[in-house]
Ligand binder design. Structure first.
Ligand SMILES: CC(C)(COP(=O)(O)OP(=O)(O)OC[C@H]1O[C@@H](n2cnc3c(N)ncnc32)[C@H](O)[C@@H]1OP(=O)(O)O)[C@@H](O)C(=O)NCCC(=O)NCCS
Length: 241
């Protein structure tokens, strides 16, 4: 279940933040989230992006729950609580009473946020990543990609190559989020094995602790100047699809 992308004209919004951010936060955030919001020590743009991330995620959760039960949730009924490693976890009184609780993943960049929800009994993990085209350059590529990955990229025709570099990066981030550890084991723990420039599929091999031979196929797409990648890991221990 993919949320619609949530965005705001950040320049205008940051100017009016005292009013609008407070109004929005009081409408969409649950009690624990409001405490976190007030304590967030981030520049104002990042605070607003954080808020947009909650809105996108709550959107995805509300739609997920609506399709599976008779419950109609309001955004503030849903609490997104980070686990010890930062992965968002869905909570709420409705969930404590047995409501269907999905896995959730959030990404935000440059004033836009997206989220994806998935069945916890069908996916072992879920990951989404969003970036604006131009986010990485050749110097960053050399740090982010192995020689094999750079050779794969060099097989893409020039007009598409840079956008594909970002797709591969987003695919790695989405795959990293499915593990719940992000890039804690390093970017190199998520190796691109194959990419399909027609379907947008990117096959990632995981390595590191307990993950040898796991693989995931990440779906990537370009929508205007945005690249989005999403991935669900299979529930079976040691295997991702
Ligand atoms: C998770 C990670 C890939 C996020 O990437 P990013 O480009 O910073 O930001 P994105 O907007 O795409 O994603 C941010 C969201 O990822 C989610 N996230 C954070 N940690 C996560 C984790 N361990 N697993 C899954 N999702 C995670 C959060 O929802 C976060 O948004 P929020 O803080 O508003 O809730 C990255 O922060 C990471 O690897 N963190 C863990 C390890 C680490 O800090 N390593 C040092 C740097 S290599």
């Amino acid at each position: 279940m993919l949320s619609q992308p949530w965005n705001l004209p950040l320049d205008a919004f940051v100017l009016e933040r005292a009013l609008w951010a407070r109004v929005l936060a009081s409408i969409v955030l649950g009690r624990q989230e409001r405490v976190r919001w007030h304590a967030l020590k981030l520049p104002e743009r990042q605070r607003i992006e954080w808020l947009l991330g909650r809105i996108a995620a709550k959107d995805a959760v509300r739609e997920y729950v609506r399709q599976r039960s008779a419950l109609t949730l309001h955004p503030a009924d849903i609490e997104l609580v980070p686990d010890q490693l930062g992965r968002p976890v869905v909570r709420g009184a409705w969930a404590d009473r047995g409501g269907p609780v999905p896995l959730i993943s959030i990404s935000h960049a440059d004033g836009v946020a997206v989220a994806i929800a998935a069945d916890a009994d069908r996916a072992g993990g879920i990951g989404i990543d969003l970036e604006r085209v131009g986010r990485i350059n050749r110097r960053i590529e050399q740090l982010a990609f192995t020689a094999d990955e750079q050779a794969l990229l060099d097989s893409v025709a020039a007009p598409q190559r840079d956008a594909w570099a970002l797709r591969l990066w987003c695919a790695k981030e989405a795959a990293a989020k499915t593990t719940g550890e992000g890039f804690a084991a390093g970017v190199g723990a998520f190796a691109v094995e194959e990419m399909d420039t027609r379907s947008g599929g990117v096959k990632i091999r995981f390595s590191g602790r307990d993950r040898e031979r796991q693989r995931a196929t990440v779906s990537t797409a370009q929508e205007g100047e945005w690249i989005v990648a999403a991935c669900a890991a299979a529930i079976r221990e040691g295997v991702a699809t």
